[in-house]
Structures are given as structure tokens and as C-alpha cells.
Design a protein around this ligand. Structure first.
Ligand code: ZN
Length: 451
């Protein structure tokens, strides 16, 4: 007798959708496929499509210190609404940044029992915190993040080459990797000086050309080669920036990369219309480059998809020019559903896309119990309904602390009805199912320092 059986769902394979049931015991999958076995509780899946819970390695909930921008309570609920059951919080823009063990403990204390989804924390590499890297790895941060160009806040300083190199040397033996915001200030600065005008979205794109990404990625690849430290390039904006990564992979460099839904869904021309809600760095690119990014995704050149959900209070966007406003896109709640919408009639692409937002990120950080619908794994899954006609994303639907999103007005044909975490529903029909039950995951380093 199983604890629970969710009957009448449909599972995705590259060939299409198959009818199935899910059995759950002690929060884990115990049978998958059609089953006649009995369950203490039977749930009718109502023919919904079933995906593994999303694993988002790139969120900024800004807790503690900038909880007025988002916070774990609202951010994690939006994650559940957007089909994620696991989120990894970046080391910035909380205050303090997660660059010491003390800051990590402070962050955990502040988060308390507020998270609706399971979560982990990133550690930061900044000038001056080299001695904290091993202790942070021992405390179970998933990996480290550094900026090669200014981060946008004064409390997370970008790393010069010497810091990156020494940091990588120290990260390599921990078994962790270094994630990089890769834009080269040596390319950004002259691009900025050349600008005739600094007002609209197109100027913003011109101020941060793709060449800045390529140059930074090339530097990072060289450092990875010298130090043996695995690297992960976050938020790659275009196919051009993927080329050096693919070449390095072919040469055996331990490098992976992430893109974000907004680079696949929105162009800089869209940003011109949307305004600062669509501002990010690296910037959105021109419309004609989006198709090539999708082609690279199909060719297997992208390893993970992360939201880079990075909200701010309305006064840091509204009424300001593109240059004066905060750079960050609120997209956690609709990024994945909008990507599914694009592939709704193409099971092969949908299957591949799903791997990039579930299994691949889970594997990348060694989360063995997450990321797929397999017997023995945590019963983290989402039930998704088709909407005919597609529904429009409205401001009133947003669960973030502030109702703003670059995706408002767009249409989605696949919408999350229910989200399950470790065998229990946590979100249903636009609202939480109960109090938050998200657990903190420590991912200890491979070779902890002797205590
Ligand atoms: Zn980010």
C-alpha cells in the first residue's frame, strides 16, 4: 500500500505524452507508470501534464538586507507558482553578501522557515575573502560566484584577474566550481565612452556589446585551464558568446553555461517597448539573434536555464531612464511556462528544455535527490494544464513583492496548476497550499578542511 497515488497524469518523453500514475512513499517516488496498486490516498491528476520540479540555480531574493526588493517568502512562492521546487540564492544582493561563514549563518537565520521551496545558498568570491572560500565550501554552499565587471551594488565588488586566479586555485580542490558574470570591463569602458547618447534600451545594448562577454569568457577559460577550477558562465545572452565556450569544451576544459528565459523570449527591441522592467546585464540582444540562441540550445550548447530573477522596488525602475534604472528582470513566475509555450507542440524540444531546467542544474551542483521523475527521487513535480485560448499574463497574477514583470501581456498556453514538494502539494491555483515547508540543503565540499 502506497502513501499516495496521483492517478491520471501525462508524462513527457521525446516521443510525446504518455498516460501514467505516480506513487509516493515517504516523500519519494515509489512507482511511476500505470499502476493498479492501492494507496492510502488517491489524487486525481485530471489528465494534467506532469513535469519534474524546476531547479533554478539563479535567484536573487535579497534576504537579509534588501527584503524590500523581494525576500524569501514572496520569491519562493513565485518560484513554486512558476514550476520550481528548488532555488539557489545568489550571494548578492543581500546585505551582507554571502562572502563569509558568518554572513551565511546570518542569511540562514533571516530566511528561517519562510521558504516555500527547497533551497541552497551560493558563496561569493570577492577581493579580500580568499580565506573564507574553503570554510564556505565546508558549510555547504553549492558553489561560488564572482563578477568580472561591476555588480551594480557597492557591497559585492567585482574581482580583478589576480583575485579570480587565486580564488580558482582555492576553489578547485573543494570540488566546487566558480560561476562568473562574464563581461570584460576593458571592453565595456571604451564602449561606454563611444556612446553618443545614454537614454534608451538600444543605447544600453550598445554600451554592453557581446564582445565584452566574449572577451571575459576567453579570460575565464584561460584561468580555468591554468588553475584546474571548473567554471560556469551564467546568463549567456547570445549565440556569439557561446562559441568560445563550445570550443573550450571540445578541448576538455571543465566549463558549462547557463542562459535565462528572457534571452530566449525577449529582444532589445521588445525592451524598447517594455521599458526598464526589461533591463538586465548582459542586455537583451537584437531580435535577429534570438533564433540562433534557440538553435544553440537545440544543439546542446547550453547546459542549464536559470531565471536570474532580480527584482527591485518600483521606484528603482518607474519613470527612470534605461541607464538610471536598476538592471534586473523579475521573471521567476513565468519564465519556464513561457518557454514551454514556445515548444508546446514539439515534445522533443520540450523534453530537452525541461532537462536544462531540472536534471542538468541538479546534477551540476550534486543534488542527487532532485531533478527528475525517477523512483527513489524526491517527489518534486508540477501539474500543468493546457489553456485554450492561451491566457494573458496580468499584473494582478504576480506573486512577487512588487507587481512588475517584463513578461506582462505575453500569452501562455501551459500554466502551473499544482506544485508538489517531497510528496506534498505546496501551491495550487494561484495560492500556497499551506505554511512554507522548504528545506535548506547543505552540499558539503568533497575535501573538507581538517577541523
Ligand atoms: Zn544574477
Amino acid at each position: 500500500m502506497h502513501d499516495r497515488i496521483v492517478r491520471n497524469i501525462r508524462l513527457l518523453s521525446p516521443e510525446g505524452w504518455q498516460a501514467a500514475d505516480l506513487a509516493i512513499d515517504q516523500g519519494r517516488f515509489s512507482a511511476i507508470g500505470k499502476t493498479d496498486e492501492a494507496g492510502r490516498e488517491i489524487i486525481d491528476g485530471r489528465g494534467s501534464l506532469c513535469f519534474p520540479g524546476g531547479v533554478d540555480l539563479h535567484v536573487h531574493f535579497n534576504e537579509p538586507g534588501r527584503t524590500r526588493w523581494e525576500g524569501f517568502s514572496t520569491g519562493s512562492l513565485a518560484a513554486a507558482a512558476g514550476g520550481c521546487t528548488f532555488a539557489a540564492e545568489m550571494p548578492l544582493n543581500s546585505i551582507p553578501s554571502t562572502t563569509t561563514v558568518q554572513a551565511l549563518e546570518e542569511k540562514l537565520h533571516s530566511i528561517g522557515a519562510k521558504s516555500h521551496v527547497d533551497f541552497a545558498l551560493w558563496g561569493g568570491l570577492v577581493p579580500g575573502n580568499l580565506e573564507s572560500l574553503q570554510p564556505l565550501a565546508d558549510e555547504g554552499v553549492i558553489a561560488f560566484k564572482a563578477f568580472m565587471s561591476p555588480s551594480g551594488t557597492d557591497d559585492f565588488i567585482n574581482s580583478d584577474i589576480a583575485t579570480l586566479k587565486e580564488g580558482m586555485k582555492r576553489i578547485a580542490p573543494t570540488g566546487k566550481f566558480l560561476a562568473l558574470h562574464a563581461e570584460d570591463p576593458a571592453v565595456l569602458d571604451p564602449a561606454n565612452r563611444r556612446l553618443a547618447r545614454r537614454s534608451n534600451a538600444l543605447d544600453w545594448e550598445a554600451s554592453r556589446p557581446v564582445e565584452a562577454e566574449i572577451s571575459a569568457i576567453e579570460i575565464a577559460i584561460e584561468l580555468a585551464g591554468e588553475t584546474g577550477c571548473p567554471i560556469h558562465i551564467v546568463h549567456v545572452s547570445s549565440a556569439q558568446a557561446l562559441a568560445p565556450i563550445a570550443q573550450a569544451k571540445a578541448k576538455g576544459v571543465d566549463i558549462t553555461c547557463e542562459t535565462c528565459p528572457h534571452y530566449l523570449l525577449l529582444s532589445i527591441e521588445d525592451a524598447e517597448r517594455i521599458g526598464p522592467d526589461a533591463k538586465c546585464a548582459p542586455p537583451l540582444r537584437y531580435r535577429n539573434s534570438l533564433a540562433t540562441l534557440w538553435e544553440c540550445l537545440a544543439a546542446g550548447e547550453i547546459d542549464t536555464i536559470g531565471s536570474d530573477h532580480s527584482p527591485c522596488p518600483p521606484e528603482m525602475k518607474a519613470g527612470l531612464s534605461f541607464f538610471d534604472s536598476w538592471g534586473g528582470i523579475s521573471g521567476l513566475q513565468h519564465g519556464l511556462p513561457l518557454l514551454w509555450h514556445r515548444c508546446a507542440n514539439d515534445p522533443k524540444s520540450l523534453f530537452q528544455l525541461t532537462r536544462l531546467s531540472t536534471l542538468n542544474p541538479a546534477k551540476k551542483v550534486g543534488l542527487e535527490t532532485k531533478g527528475s521523475l525517477k523512483i527513489g527521487k524526491d517527489a518534486d513535480f508540477i501539474l500543468v494544464d493546457s489553456k485554450t485560448p492561451p491566457e494573458k499574463i496580468e499584473l494582478r497574477d504576480l506573486l512577487y513583492k512588487h507587481s512588475a514583470s517584463a513578461y506582462c501581456g505575453m500569452e501562455q498556453s501551459l500554466a502551473v496548476r499544482q506544485t508538489w514538494l517531497r510528496g506534498n502539494p505546496i501551491f495550487e491555483n494561484g495560492a500556497p497550499s499551506g505554511d512554507p515547508t522548504g528545506k535548506f540543503y547543505r552540499l558539503p565540499s568533497e575535501s573538507p578542511a581538517p577541523r
